[in-house]
Design a protein around this ligand. Structure first.
Ligand SMILES: [Fe+2]
Length: 218
């Protein structure tokens, strides 16, 4: 069953889906610098706020190269998840959202929120997939039931995906007071029977929450 109230983890095969390597290539990392955890040593940015959390050079590289370098593996993973959860068809976010939470004090998203506050549909399910082993400082924090307020760190290893009800549960980041940068993507899957298309759109992607826009069907 795909939908559960509390966040839970699933695993995938990193040999079949070597996203860490794929993303390292997309960001142009090589030699000594080929460590996503050390991205902050290459370039620093001011403290991230809601307005600029999608605006680094690394975000640009990811989105520019997404179709050529990431999409095929992503679609194969979505297809595998579809089967894993027993669906014949699934609605998926066309382009996973890229996040970087730099080491030594930065955050990755600007404020604690429920995704429905940003026009997301309440039947969306969030999949949070880091390309590093996260720690309590650079991972995602959230509550376990809507408005319960029992915030805790959900640490996720490379090869794991955190599945959570991001439309309805408050979630966010703490300051990353570790010396490891976190790089991740997150995407949504929706049961087609529960999907409600919306004329409203994504703040980051500037595209409507409908099929053919933010979402597609597989
Ligand atoms: Fe969110």
């Amino acid at each position: 069953m795909m939908y559960q109230q509390a966040p839970y983890k699933i695993t995938y095969d990193t040999t079949k889906y070597p996203f860490r390597d794929i993303v390292s290539n997309m960001l142009g990392l090589s030699g000594e610098n080929r460590k996503l955890e050390e991205l902050h040593l290459l370039k620093q940015y001011e403290l991230v706020k809601r307005e600029n959390d999608q605006k680094t050079d690394w975000h640009k590289l990811y989105y520019d190269r997404f179709v050529a370098d990431f999409r095929a593996s992503y679609l194969a993973l979505v297809d595998e998840l579809k089967k894993h959860f027993g669906y014949n068809e699934i609605i998926y976010q066309q382009i996973p959202t890229f996040r970087v939470q730099l080491a030594n004090g930065n955050i990755a998203v600007g404020e604690w929120h429920k995704d429905k506050t940003y026009n997301h549909g309440i039947s969306e399910l969030n999949f949070w997939m880091p390309f590093v082993d996260t720690n309590e400082f650079n991972t995602i924090w959230m509550e376990s039931e809507e408005d319960k307020g029992d915030f805790k760190a959900y640490t996720v290893q490379y090869g794991e995906i955190l599945v959570f009800n991001g439309a309805n549960l408050f979630h966010g980041n703490k300051q990353n007071n570790s010396d490891e940068t976190r790089v991740s993507v997150d995407f949504r899957l929706v049961d087609p029977a529960l999907f409600i298309p919306s004329e409203n759109g994504s703040i980051n992607m500037q595209v409507k929450f409908d099929i053919g826009g933010y979402f597609a069907k597989l």
